[in-house]
Design a protein around this ligand. Structure first.
Ligand code: NAD
Length: 249
């Protein structure tokens, strides 16, 4: 018996990093996964990496496009025969000193990280069942700990965390759990991107984390997401689920 046998999961950000690892992990545990991302190519690679016994269906979606999200969630519910678990992983990052922070940076970070997450929550709630439905939203260690040169990213993740805590309270009457998960440093294309550590960035903070546990593999975060979305976490809701190798101690 697999933990996710018969469980229908809608997952965003599935084309790379933590999202790809989550698609693979949940399908390994038996889930029927409906995977969306803006990258069609990355989605195809994810689908190719899934070995089952679960399944993965993919659809290219820009999470900031309201009409596209409405259509995708409706199609996910029709294709899977419902939605039991929503996992929001899609996100973007930006590292920049405050002096060069632009309104365009702020708008992009908030529209992908917060608005995209909120839209998927709103639409999926038309389908998530009372008492067993679950939402897992990817926040970040940055939501609750200062990170140099990440003011805007951190603010957008703080918004995801605050949104999720209030949504958990709002949905308590339906017994739909909402779990914000906060990874620390994870080794993914996002953290390997050339603009992640621009010249002159003070790396002390990152070095400190990595000197203890190192950066996580995406599979470590996928395993935590799999727990949060499962009935093993039946009493876990409305609390920041920090998976950061002790970086917050
Ligand atoms: P990643 O860049 O490997 O994956 C992010 C995915 O989001 C990509 O597949 C990308 O195409 C997708 N995406 C971006 N914009 C989109 C849009 N508008 N519509 C649809 N999809 C879009 O990054 P990752 O490291 O796997 O990060 C996944 C999540 O985890 C993000 O929300 C990130 O902020 C968060 N996170 C990452 C770390 C880390 O250290 N890597 C730490 C804490 C939180």
């Amino acid at each position: 018996m697999n933990r996710y046998d018969g469980v229908k999961v809608l997952l965003t950000g599935a084309a790379s990093g933590i999202g790809r690892a989550t698609a693979i992990r949940l399908a390994t545990e038996g889930a029927a996964v409906y995977a969306v991302d803006i990258s069609e190519k990355g989605l195809a690679e994810t689908a190719g990496a899934v070995t089952g016994p679960g399944t993965v269906t993919t659809r290219p979606v820009d999470v900031t496009d309201e009409d596209a999200v409405i259509a995708a969630v409706a199609d996910a519910a029709a294709t899977l025969g419902g939605i039991d678990v929503l996992v929001n992983v899609a996100g973007v990052h930006k590292t920049t000193p405050i002096e060069t922070l632009t309104v365009a940076d702020l708008n992009r970070l908030f529209s992908v990280n917060l608005v995209g997450t909120a839209l998927f929550c709103r639409e999926s709630l038309k389908h998530l069942p009372d008492r067993t439905g679950v939402i897992v939203n990817t926040a970040s260690l940055s939501a609750t700990q200062g990170n140099p040169f990440m003011t805007a990213y951190s603010a957008s993740k703080g918004a995801v965390l605050a949104f999720s805590l209030s949504l958990a309270a709002e949905l308590a009457a339906r017994r739909i759990r909402v779990v914000p998960i906060s990874p620390g440093a994870v080794d993914t294309p996002l953290t390997r991107a050339s603009d992640m550590f621009p010249p002159g960035l003070d790396l002390n903070y990152f070095t400190k984390i990595r000197s203890y546990y190192g950066a996580a593999d995406p599979e470590m975060i996928a395993a935590a997401i799999a727990f949060a979305g499962s009935s093993d976490a039946a009493y876990y809701t409305g609390a920041d689920f920090r998976v950061d190798g002790g970086a917050h101690t």
